[in-house]
Design a protein around this ligand. Structure first.
Ligand code: AKG
Length: 295
């Protein structure tokens, strides 16, 4: 029988596991995030003004402890994720008075019919380090929008610097929309979100940072199409290029020191090296949303 969390993840595109990590773990994650944030460049803060800043954790091996944490494994077991792998992770931190994040979804595999099915190709695990609310920039989602059309889907997907730099804060993608739901959490809670779900955040109107650790996992990796596996592995290896932003090259998680790598190497994506990776396509085909029942 499916757990209630799995049901919610399938139907609404997200679920929240309450009080999963204890305070000492949250304190450790906060210290690791502080190290990340000490070094974040002005370029990053400018280019990712809507997010606050967005930093790849592959340069910070300390995070192995949380990625391989037994509480996450137990949660994934409850969610009935078999054979999941780790794709990437980042620290997202909204400074005081940081603007709203624009509405978007994070899935890039819309060229494949699987993306319109009940299969969950990728989830985003979000670990917030302080209590969140609409007043300090909490997450907001459109429940069900991982499968169902919403007026927000009509906006052309644009991850260019203009939207991330918040050059026009009056743009509809930063505003409240019909059906939105604020996701408020306490430190220790974990949000699991289907990456196809439309989401954004409120502005951080408080006077303190609102920081979150974000981890991407792909359930049933070996059953995904070969080209999707190949793309996930490229992302994991930081072999990605976008024409609108310089993506820094750095450490790969597979190069982490032994003591840390060992905690997570069972989660590394392993697949054929001779398959071309799937094209990045962040725009769902609207005619296919709500359409395909089974893959
Ligand atoms: O900061 C958050 O709460 C959400 C960030 C996010 O969804 C993203 O960067 O895609």
């Amino acid at each position: 029988m499916k757990s209630a969390s799995r049901e919610q993840l399938e139907q609404q595109g997200y679920c929240i596991a309450r009080n999963l990590l204890d305070q000492s773990m949250i304190e450790k994650i906060s210290q690791w995030c502080d190290k990340v944030l000490e070094k974040v460049s002005e370029y990053n803060r400018t280019e990712f003004k809507a997010q606050g800043c967005l930093v790849d954790i592959a340069d910070y091996p300390d995070f192995a402890e949380v990625i391989g944490h037994e509480a996450l494994a137990a949660l994934f077991n409850e969610l009935d994720f078999g054979g999941y792998v780790l794709g990437s992770g980042s620290v997202v931190s909204k400074p005081p008075n940081g603007p709203a994040l624009f509405w978007h979804q994070d899935w890039w595999g819309w060229d494949d019919l699987l993306s319109y099915s009940d299969r969950i190709p990728q989830v985003n695990v979000m670990i917030y380090l302080s209590p969140t609310s609409p007043g300090n920039g909490c997450l907001r989602v459109i429940p069900g929008s991982h499968h169902q059309k919403h007026p927000l889907h009509q906006f052309p997907v644009d991850y260019s610097s203009s939207i991330s730099r918040v050059e026009n804060p009056d743009h509809p993608l930063y505003q409240s929309w019909e059906g939105e739901c604020a996701i408020t959490v306490q430190p220790g809670d974990i949000v699991v979100k289907d990456t196809r779900l439309l989401h954004s955040t409120y502005a951080n109107a408080s006077n303190v940072d609102r920081t979150m650790l974000s981890l991407n996992f792909n359930p049933d990796f070996s059953a995904l199409p070969a080209s999707m596996q190949a793309r996930i592995k490229r992302i994991f290896m930081r072999e990605i290029e976008f024409d609108w932003i310089d993506v820094p090259k750095g450490l790969q998680m597979s190069q982490w020191p032994d003591s840390q790598r060992k905690k997570i190497e069972h989660l590394f994506p392993v697949c054929a090296d001779d398959v071309p990776p799937q094209n990045f396509n962040f725009s769902p085909n609207l005619d296919l949303l709500n359409g395909v029942e089974h893959y």
